[in-house]
Ligand binder design. Structure first.
Ligand SMILES: [Zn+2]
Length: 411
């Protein structure tokens, strides 16, 4: 196990430990109501049993059948339409670092409300909720919209139910890799009925970029006409370009070593690309970036790879007084060597780090996805593989092979 994995595990374990008292509490037994609340929908009949992909041992999901529990006054039953596969799912699939087996995974999911308790009136943003609405859950809880993942270490997580990472309990319908999920009262939930299925599946990863760009804006350097370099064109870098483009920044150079990804970067809004394989050494690469901006270094750079050498390189692309947002090291990827005098001090670089998102960023993300679609960015093409629920093992293996961009389960 590497140090990076330990860090993330420690945090997740702590979050889970603090949630311990929550999942047991659930709705009070006396609070259960029958399904009368869904009478008016009329279109969806609810089966007696749900199918849930349960990770039963390392690298093996089994599709299990569980009875759908009665929906309490504060609860919501959602028919799952799809769920993205996240790095966290792949991590847990491979070797259960959080000690959760047996566990229902999948947190990047979305679906349609088919039943809800009589107390449920609105989502976490105050938007009304009705049967038939399309929703997502969010792992950041609603009592503090500005809280960051970083703060979760220090604060009580309150009533958060982190679907897709919950320990198994008497409900069993705890993850989005399923056909029904049981959302308990008090969970963070959003009505996103006006977004298409692909956009809804991409909400969670896109929120990471909305947060990163908010962090970047805090340096006061980003302008409409800024020259911006985005290094790394995996899903994160590509979404970064799309977020920048939707906010009106058009002078973007994408840097990567894969020509296919660079082509995609152009369609997502980059107007120039630099393939680092065409430039031997950091001086030549810097010249490539400089030339792409018509003889200028960039005003701001986003570092979206998990490679320490790439982190060291990115400073060279930035002008004196420019800014850098480092968001590629979601987990510990090792130490990078920079020269603090040349790279930071004498250039007066404004450096910000970014990790996960806040609840407020989640709301902004819905707007971003609408705008991206509105201006024709091919965001949904980020989903390169779609698997039915029964092929979940293959989906996770495809994710681990890292041949595609976003892998999704679509029911
Ligand atoms: Zn995720």
């Amino acid at each position: 196990m590497t140090v990076n994995e330990q860090d993330v595990e420690k945090i997740v374990k702590q979050v889970l430990a603090e949630m311990g008292g929550v999942s047991q509490s659930g709705p009070a037994k006396g609070a259960f109501t029958s399904y009368t609340s869904l009478g008016k929908a009329g279109t969806t009949s609810i089966p007696e049993k749900a199918h849930v992909a349960v990770l039963v041992e390392n690298e093996r999901f089994e599709i299990k059948e569980y009875p759908i529990p009665p929906v309490g006054d504060d609860d919501i039953l959602v028919k799952v339409e799809g769920c993205g596969v996240c790095g966290t799912d792949a991590h847990e699939f491979k070797r259960d670092p959080f000690g959760l087996i047996p566990v229902a995974l999948g947190h990047e999911g979305t679906g349609e409300i088919v039943a809800m308790g009589r107390n449920v009136k609105a989502d976490s943003a105050g938007k009304p909720l009705h049967i038939g609405d399309k929703v997502v859950t969010c792992m950041i809880f609603e009592d503090d919209p500005e809280i960051t993942m970083f703060d979760l270490n220090k604060k009580n997580v309150g009533k958060a139910d982190v679907y897709g990472l919950l320990p198994d309990d008497e409900y069993h319908l705890n993850g989005w890799f399923s056909d029904y999920i049981f959302v308990r009262g008090g969970s963070t939930i959003f009505n996103v009925s006006d977004l298409d299925l692909d956009s809804r599946i991409l909400i969670e990863p896109a929120a990471v970029l909305v947060h990163a760009v908010e962090r970047a804006k805090s340096t006061n350097i980003l302008r409409f006409n800024s020259r911006v370099a985005v290094q790394g064109c995996g899903p994160i870098g590509l979404l970064c370009i799309a977020v920048l483009r939707t906010m009106g920044i058009e002078n973007i150079t994408a840097v990567d070593g894969n020509e296919k990804r660079l082509e995609f970067a152009k369609r997502m809004g980059a107007n120039k690309t630099v393939n680092f394989n065409d430039h031997k050494g950091i001086e030549a690469l810097t010249k490539g970036v400089y030339d792409s901006f018509g003889g200028h270094l960039c005003d701001f750079a986003f570092q979206c790879t998990g490679n320490p050498q790439a982190h060291a390189n990115v400073y060279k692309f930035i002008r004196n007084g420019g800014g850098l947002c480092e968001l590629g090291f979601f987990v510990n990827g090792g130490d990078a060597t920079i020269n603090p005098h040349f790279d930071l001090c004498s250039k007066e670089i404004n450096l910000v780090g970014s990790w996960v998102y806040t609840l407020r960023d989640y709301g902004t993300t819905f707007d971003f996805l609408r705008r991206a679609k509105g201006i024709g960015l091919p965001v949904s093409e980020l989903i390169t593989h779609r698997f039915p629920l029964q092929d979940i093992n293959e989906a996770l293996k495809t994710n681990l092979a890292m041949t595609g961009l976003k892998i999704a389960i679509v029911n």
